[in-house]
Write a protein that binds this ligand. Structure first.
Ligand SMILES: Cc1ncc(COP(=O)(O)O)c(C=O)c1O
Length: 399
């Protein structure tokens, strides 16, 4: 018997993705101009980024990055425990902990790495991790890599979470949920989940990648918005590459949990520290996110307006009150055709297809930013309605 060829295997998988309209392509983009971006030489209004507060291009953030890079260089030099840990990392960790109301924060290279770190440091083959069915891929992979028992419950269903926790009463357990679901935009029922976690003595971990900066008083995220804190949610994730307009992530918790992560989590120990200049930029962004309330007010206004106009236009929305406003399209090719029509009209909205979202729920993931104007949102809704009508009529999009 001859060994199967990995090349044939990959080519068959690629052909299968192409036949199902699931080829994934990346585009080269420049974000030089507020809410607009340049794609293939055209200026498009960007409605698919995660820079919700519009901080990535703020002059104070760029100045902080440039000043720190001029002094400290552009790289991270080494891992934190070797010689990569800098006073700017300390300052950012302190600022994040103070803002979000946690005793300690620990920086990571990205949210994906941070979730892997939490799983690897806290879960093993004797523990149980109970997760929402729509949690981010990095949380699911964290549990899989940790080799624990992973049980998933129906979306936003605290009773489902309780049932899963009860199914293995002996094991050490973690209950993990997105705070804001990245592809649906809804907020997890955190108060109910906190109750379930307390009754079941499970550690509640909230991945608030899309909530920090956007929700709650002073942008303190979905945990604070639910009037919860470190007592009920002992561990949470804040990402720095979304509302904070930078790159990286932080896990927040008490001294024991964070100290344990810092000493044992392989995705913390065996990787290069975030460049100090990036920490300086994020420090400037956190200060803006904390103090400039108008950004959140504007986002709320734009979100309300988008929903009202989209409903009037008969677009299929989900039950989200956050700046993530998916428009359901049905099948994959329809989502792609609508994204293409939008691009022709000058709007960039990404078509999100399975396996990122469940089968039959391909969508245009519209995201709003404080940099958008009311006219931008109205124009987008009109373009979405037109794209939908063209897709209904089966009108081909010409380049
Ligand atoms: C809910 C959630 N968690 C974690 C991540 C990963 O964060 P990062 O992009 O910093 O790796 C994402 C990224 O999209 C996310 O949506």
């Amino acid at each position: 018997m001859s060994r199967a060829s990995w090349r044939e295997r990959i080519e068959a998988a690629r052909a299968e993705r192409a036949a199902a309209a699931r080829t994934r392509v990346r585009r080269t983009v420049s974000h030089r101009d507020g809410a607009r971006c340049q794609v293939d030489g055209r200026s498009l209004l960007n409605f698919c980024g995660n820079d919700y507060l519009g901080l990535s291009q703020h002059f104070a953030v760029i100045n902080a990055l440039q000043d720190a890079a001029a002094r400290e260089g552009g790289g991270g030099v080494a891992s934190h425990l070797v010689c990569g840990h800098h006073a700017l990392h300390d300052a950012l960790e302190r600022e994040l902990a103070d803002w979000l109301g946690y005793p300690r924060a620990l920086l990571f290279g990205s949210g994906f790495l941070a979730n892997l770190a939490v799983g690897q440091a806290l879960l093993d083959d004797e523990s149980l991790c109970v997760q929402d069915r729509l949690n981010h891929a990095s949380l699911i992979d964290a549990a899989r890599l940790a080799g624990c028992r992973l049980r998933r419950y129906p979306h936003a269903d605290p009773e489902g979470a309780l049932r899963q926790l009860r199914s293995l009463p002996e094991s050490v357990a973690m209950l993990a949920t997105d705070g804001v679901f990245s592809m649906d935009g809804d907020v997890a029922p955190l108060r109910e989940l906190a109750l379930v976690a307390r009754v079941q003595k499970a550690l509640l971990y909230v991945d608030d990648a899309h909530g920090v900066g956007v929700l709650g008083a002073d942008g303190r995220g979905s945990v604070a918005a639910a009037r919860l804190g470190v007592e009920e949610v002992p561990l949470q994730l804040a990402t720095l590459g979304k509302a904070l307009g930078g790159y990286g992530a932080a896990v927040l918790g008490d001294e024991a949990l964070i100290g344990h992560l810092a000493e044992t989590a392989r995705p913390y120990l065996y990787t290069t520290a975030l460049p100090p200049a990036q920490a300086a930029a994020t420090l400037a962004a956190v200060k803006l996110a904390r103090s400039e309330h108008w950004r959140r007010d504007k986002l709320r206004e734009l979100t309300g307006r988008f929903r009202e106009r989209a409903r009037q236009a008969g677009l299929k929305l989900l039950d989200s009150q956050t700046p993530i406003q998916p428009v359901l399209c049905g099948d994959d090719s329809r989502a792609l055709a609508m994204a293409q029509s939008l691009e022709q009209a000058g709007y960039w909205v990404a078509a999100i297809r399975p396996p990122t979202v469940p089968e039959g729920s391909a969508r245009l993931r519209v995201t709003l930013s404080a940099l958008h104007g009311v006219g931008d949102v109205d124009g987008l809704v009109a373009a979405l309605a037109k794209a939908r009508d063209r897709a209904d009529l089966g009108v081909a999009v010409t380049a």
